[in-house]
Design a protein around this ligand. Structure first.
Ligand code: RIB
Length: 304
């Protein structure tokens, strides 16, 4: 199969700051980096680096040429990315503090200039029954979900960042929901433990699996007759931006490549752990060779 990512494409502007800027304060960053990002772009790059045939759909402005270059270098097909001459590409202003936490201000730009006409063009250009990977940084999501259903696509949905619109959305056509713990709690309006939240999702959506990432506590998979959990891999943290996107791209690719869910989750988790050891979102995503070599080394350590 192939993976089609219809999602955001951003320029990430990283500012290294001692602490997040306070009201009325002017802060000088220690360093600044301008890098490709956006949840859609990051997840597409992760799918391709994990070994899946990957297409990116979305929209950039005239200022977005370097974003396309990054996608192409990672072997992501960009024929379905449109260019808008009036609006700037999405921009994420990311403060990275001394504790390696981040705080993001997001300007959607062309990501919110995706209207039904562009959605129709995207779906008219792709075959039926492929994988579609979506996040919540673009416009027209309800229409996109309807179109995907008519194309009988296998829909993976990462409702990040979580908004009130998502809570009101009909998610009955989703096949796999991928959330972190906070998103899961917000979406389901539950404060229980992660396993109970997943069970509540599966009870109300018996045809949809849920994957929940729990940061340093690992991740969970649940569908109507199967449950699996793994612990997280720990690495020295340089920058956590995009770690969740790396996890998602690797997970979806693993399923696309026919891996058992346990193995797909392990690769996703290890890929995400490796990504935090480098700065930036998309540029920090490891290759499948790096992920497989790391996991193999851990397995042989565990045997000795
Ligand atoms: O998930 C990380 C991404 O969120 C960043 O690359 C930034 O663009 C924001 O969209």
């Amino acid at each position: 199969m192939a993976i089609y990512v219809l999602g955001s494409i951003n320029t990430d502007l990283f500012f290294d700051v001692p602490h997040f800027v306070r009201p009325g304060e002017t802060l000088m960053p220690g360093s600044v980096q301008i890098l490709p990002g956006g949840k859609g772009l990051n997840q597409a790059v992760a799918c391709a680096k994990a070994g899946s045939k990957t297409w990116m759909g979305g929209r950039i402005g005239k200022d977005g040429a370097f974003l396309l270059e990054m996608l192409n270098q990672a072997d992501v097909n960009t024929d379905l990315v449109g260019v808008d001459n009036q609006i700037l590409s999405g921009k994420a202003l990311i403060q990275r503090d001394a504790a390696k936490e981040n705080a993001i201000v997001l300007y959607p730009g062309t990501n919110h200039a995706i209207f039904p006409a562009q959605v129709d063009e995207f779906f008219d250009s792709i075959p039926d029954q492929e994988i579609l990977l979506l996040q919540n940084e673009i416009s027209s999501l309800p229409y996109i979900l309807q179109k995907a259903k008519t194309k009988q696509m296998q829909i993976f949905f990462n409702p990040a960042p979580m908004t009130d619109e998502i809570k009101a959305l009909d998610l009955s056509m989703i096949d796999v929901l991928i959330v972190n713990e906070t998103e899961g709690k917000e979406l389901l309006g539950e404060q229980g433990n992660p396993k109970a939240i997943c069970a509540k999702w599966v009870e109300s959506h018996p045809d949809c699996a849920i994957v929940m990432t729990l940061s340093s506590k690992g991740s969970l998979y649940m569908d109507h007759d199967y449950f699996f959990e793994i612990s997280a891999y720990t690495m020295p943290v340089v920058d956590t931006t995009g770690a969740g996107d790396t996890f998602i791209g690797y997970l979806v690719s693993g399923i696309d490549r026919g891996l058992p869910i346990e193995k797909a989750l392990k690769q996703a988790s290890y890929g995400a752990a490796l990504s935090v050891t480098k700065p930036g979102a998309a540029p920090s995503i490891p290759t499948l060779e790096q992920v497989e070599a790391g996991l193999k080394a851990l397995e042989s350590q565990a045997k000795n």
